[in-house]
Design a protein around this ligand. Sequence first.
Ligand SMILES: Nc1ncnc2c1ncn2[C@@H]1O[C@H](COP(=O)(O)OP(=O)(O)OP(=O)(O)O)[C@@H](O)[C@H]1O
Ligand SMILES: [Mg+2]
Length: 365
Amino acid sequence: MWIKHLQLTHFRNHEDTKSDFEEHINCLVGKNGSGKTNLLDGIYYLCIGRGAFSYTDTQHLQHGKTFFSLKGTFEKDNRKNTVHCIIEKGKQKTIKLNGKPYPKISEHVGNFPCVLLAPNDTDLIREGSELRRNFFDTIISQIHKNYIQLLIKQKQLLKQRNQLLKDADQQERFLKKDVLEIYDAQLLPIFSEIYRFRNEFIDNFLPIFSEIYAALADEEMKINYRSHLEEENFETIFKENLLKDVILQRTEKGTHRDDYKFILGKKMLKHYGSQGQQKSFVIALKLATFSIIYNQTQIKPILLLDDIFDKLDENRIENLLKLLSKSDFGQVFVTDARPERTRKLLDSFGRPIAFFEVKNGTIIQ
Ligand SMILES: Nc1ncnc2c1ncn2[C@@H]1O[C@H](COP(=O)(O)OP(=O)(O)OP(=O)(O)O)[C@@H](O)[C@H]1O
Ligand SMILES: [Mg+2]
């Protein structure tokens, strides 16, 4: 699957950028602030239905404009597919596939998979658990169509349950226990399903990740998936926690609090990993994401590599290039603010490379 044509209108610093791309490697070069990352974010948005870096759509809107539009023509299974996202201030977001709007935006996720590697990916290691849950949830959603519906349902039920907790006072007076029981009876099976999906996913993901990491560097890295659902009698623990939930006015236990611990040797990567080790870790995470999506869906995701050579030593760059040239990737986008360096590095690929210059929110091949 690959993107043949792209048009970004009023999207960040892209006033009206149009370009055709090649099926294999596309290299975007240009000065700092020229709009390379924004262009990759535009492709990501078309694939996933939201931006890669921030969750509010208005942040993508070009200053002073009231709408933005993204259009992409994708080649998939030898057929041309057009995706059109239109976001207008104060209106519902619309995504159309071949001219037909999706009834629910979530139905788009997984149709055009893509994987983005970006400089701020190391936030995944350093920041809170929500970022890691989102990261793995986005992968699982691209593999299993019904997973995203579970997440939506979990969010709705938790919102309703937390409202009941807020309506009660600290002694559980005014707590509508009968309504709470109804919510819990729906929520518990959803927790179990999400837990099952995440467990199954991580079991498949870990061997792929370890193999890729070993090709990049010689260190022992692990990922441990942790969940309250591990407790054998979770249902009882969940019920026993009610008084605490009432005091805190939110649901303390459940898969919405899951985390993935990243471990270097025996220590937390967050505290002990160097910048280069953290960067190598997220590169392996993302390349493993490509592999698992491809293995499980038979669709090769578009690979978006934003500034990947930064912070890596010569040895790791060489290993990364070997990995990238050996593996069976489909369409790849690479950005770099230093065209000479990129050209030299990519020359070793032995695959055709198309170069594009991004300049003040425009693009020239
Ligand atoms: N909502 C917006 N409206 C207009 N311009 C914006 C908006 N958001 C960001 N920009 C501009 O987009 C530019 C940043 O683009 P981008 O991050 O894509 O650059 P880049 O080419 O990736 O640079 P670098 O090489 O530093 O990574 C900045 O000049 C910024 O001011
Ligand atoms: Mg950039």
